[in-house]
Design a binder for this molecule. Structure first.
Ligand code: 8YV
Length: 328
């Protein structure tokens, strides 16, 4: 006999194939307008859903979790980062939290590498010159960026995405350095030719390129603050495809305008979707609208991961992608 279908509430539109499968397998309530749910709508959702499927645009804090009905069994996030969910509060109420790890690793690493290339080689600036009809022919000294080959890349956060970036960086001739809570295994360190720095400040002052690839937690908020930004070399560039909260955006804007930094590439912002005005319209700043996992394949795979977690719960098993407070 098939299990009773779980009542599932999706807060946003997901890819068609994912939504269709969810309708087949569960008692799934879709958000056909794709308008983000406001606080009242979210609060009503956690009072009727057995599983809530939120995204990064939903704030699932302790207060919202406290207002949930006893029927809420799981919060199955469509996305890897879970900094918008109070996992401790959920776990304390016996509500399972899951995410979608692994399936957006390669795409996010591609985007980090793209930003490194775009900033170093002035790709966006060059494309803009052409688009504006201002290209008047090649010159020996015009639009020179910086060579990647042989430079030092410092990766902050050597999890899945950090390692995937390191693999790409090696192919571009970059020397890989990293800071992490603990060193990676000898096998991975050898494969990546990666040098570990337990002291972030020491690493920052020696790198040509810094890439942020760690999760946002209370410990990593403003990890790059004014003091740390001042440690960077003036020719250094900073790339962030992780979470905006990792950087004190006002201080970054000041540093880039004061030429204390050579360039910046950001896919995420401290007060997303708002962007510090000082970062706008700067030739050495490349800004993207949170595109890390924005491929058709990754979004489908993320949906499949959510379905897997839902299905295992429905069948009475432990969902594979549970996030537990000790992991944070
Ligand atoms: C997702 C992301 O698209 O998965 C993540 O952590 O940052 C994004 O690339 C987003 O979180 C969807 O909820």
């Amino acid at each position: 006999m098939s299990a009773r279908k779980l009542k599932v509430v999706l807060t946003r539109r997901l890819p068609d194939a994912v939504e269709t499968r969810m309708r087949e397998l569960f008692d799934a309530e879709l958000n056909l307008t794709d308008r983000p749910m406001d606080r009242a709508a979210l609060s009503a959702a956690v009072q009727r859903a057995e599983v809530l499927v939120p995204t990064i645009t939903d704030v699932i804090d302790a207060e919202l979790i406290a207002s949930a009905g006893d029927q809420l069994r799981m919060i199955a996030n469509f996305g890897a980062g879970i900094d918008h969910i109070d996992v401790e509060a959920a776990t304390a109420r016996g509500i399972i939290v899951t995410n979608t790890p692994g399936v957006l690793t390669e795409d996010t690493a591609d985007l980090a590498m793209s930003l490194i290339l775009a900033v170093s080689r002035r790709i966006v600036e060059g494309a803009q010159v052409v688009a504006e009809g201002k290209f008047e022919g090649w010159t020996p000294t015009w639009m020179c960026g910086r060579k990647l080959w042989g430079k030092r890349l410092g990766i902050v956060g050597m999890g899945r995405i950090g390692q995937a970036l390191a693999r790409r960086a090696r192919a571009f001739g970059l020397q890989v350095h990293y800071h992490n809570r603990k060193p990676v295994s000898d096998l991975i360190a050898e494969e990546l030719g990666a040098t570990y720095w337990d002291d972030l400040d020491q690493m920052l002052s020696r790198m040509d390129i810094i890439s942020l690839n760690c999760p946002a937690t209370p410990h990593t908020r403003h990890l790059l603050n004014a003091e740390r930004l001042a440690r960077l070399q003036p020719h250094a560039i900073v790339v962030n495809t992780a979470r905006g909260e990792l950087i004190e955006e006002a201080a970054l804007s000041e540093a880039v305008r004061a030429r204390a930094l050579a360039g910046v590439g950001l896919d995420v912002f401290e007060h997303e979707p708002a962007i510090h005005p000082g970062l706008l319209n700067q030739p050495n700043v490349v800004l993207l609208p949170h595109l890390g996992s924005a491929t058709l394949e990754a979004r489908q795979d993320m949906g499949d991961r959510v379905i897997l977690n839902l299905m295992t719960l429905q069948n009475g098993h432990r969902p594979p992608d549970r996030v537990i407070p000790a992991m944070l």
